[in-house]
Design a protein around this ligand. Structure first.
Ligand code: G3P
Ligand code: CA
Length: 304
């Protein structure tokens, strides 16, 4: 008999390729997303930041030293500066043309380094078109919009333009917009019908002193402007697999739940590995999982 899933819509949970197949390729590259699509991921996740000329490009961080070869570019040697206590190269100081001269690197030393210094930094539009041409969904995350607004690079108009141009601003679009900042999702709600709006918990990026296990927005408040939430997996289940009740509470409010991040190289507790964690999350009824290893998640789901 087919498995009965306890997701919000009763469908099988989505496997979301976190930053692409980032366990096996440098994150946020066409090659990493393509591998995820080949592996059968349902969704690919681009994180988005803005260039100085207002282009949304895919990077998790708006500094460039950890995931690109920028330190080896002598022409950019004098373009480092301190921001928020960090001395680095910042994406908002570089044009798209300059970003295109960089090549991506794998930031995790224990992962495969053989693909370094070959792949470009893609634009959001390139990633969207790659995914949707393969019938794969996307869950773009707008990173630090409050920061970009402060420096005159509001990502909202460009995001809306890109979605509208592709008909992705309708309620049935295969896209969910994620953000850690509720204000941004509330603004977006006024602009587009779109899709699923996912508030990411916890908001540690806004408040580094916040307890990472405690959401700083109540689920009842999130339900007024979001359709789903992206909690750290520890909000959904404890290290020994105990269900915290978070998923049931969210589902009762009509919110879907996409926890992050399932990886095989970060031990959580004795006897816990990526497969056992994923199986437990699926049993609890999550609607999707962000994972660096989509092929693993697809295998676990198929065995249930
Ligand atoms: O968007 C869900 C998850 O990706 C949040 O974590 O820091 O990898 O973007 P992060
Ligand atoms: Ca993300």
């Amino acid at each position: 008999t087919p498995r009965v899933w306890t997701t919000l819509d009763g469908e099988a949970p989505l496997v979301i390729a976190h930053r692409g197949a980032s366990g096996d390729r440098p994150e946020h590259t066409i090659e990493g997303y393509t591998l995820a699509i080949e592996q059968g991921a349902d969704v690919i996740e681009p994180d988005l930041v803005m260039t100085s000329d207002g282009v949304l490009v895919v990077r998790h961080d708006h500094y460039l030293s950890t995931t690109t070869d920028i330190a080896d570019h002598p022409e950019f040697a004098d373009r480092q500066r301190v921001q928020g206590g960090r001395n680095d190269w910042w994406v908002e100081d570089f044009t798209l043309a300059e970003i295109r001269t960089l090549r991506a690197r794998q930031p995790w030393p224990e992962r495969d380094q053989t693909h370094n210094d070959r792949y470009l930094i893609p634009t959001f539009e390139e990633v969207l078109d790659l995914a949707h041409s393969h019938g794969v969904r996307t869950e773009p995350e707008i990173k630090a919009p409050g920061h970009f607004v402060t420096i005159g690079l509001d990502p909202l108009p460009e995001l809306v333009r890109i979605l509208r141009a592709r008909g992705l601003d309708t309620a049935d679009a295969p896209t969910a917009i994620q953000c850690f900042e509720p204000d941004f999702l509330a603004r977006l709600n006024g602009e587009i019908e779109t899709p699923l709006l996912m508030l990411v918990f916890p908001m540690i990026e806004l408040d580094p002193d916040a307890d990472p296990l405690t959401p700083t927005v109540a689920l009842t408040d999130a339900a007024t402007f979001a359709d789903g939430v992206g909690p750290a997996k520890s909000l959904v289940m404890s290290a020994d697999g105990t269900d915290t009740g978070f998923v049931a509470e969210a589902h009762a409010l009509g919110l879907s739940v996409h926890p992050w991040t399932f990886r095989d190289d970060v031990p959580v507790a004795d006897g816990v590995n990526i497969e056992s964690e994923l199986r437990r999350a699926f049993e609890i009824g999550v609607d999707g999982v962000f994972t660096d290893f989509p092929a693993t998640a697809i295998g676990v789901r198929a065995d249930m």
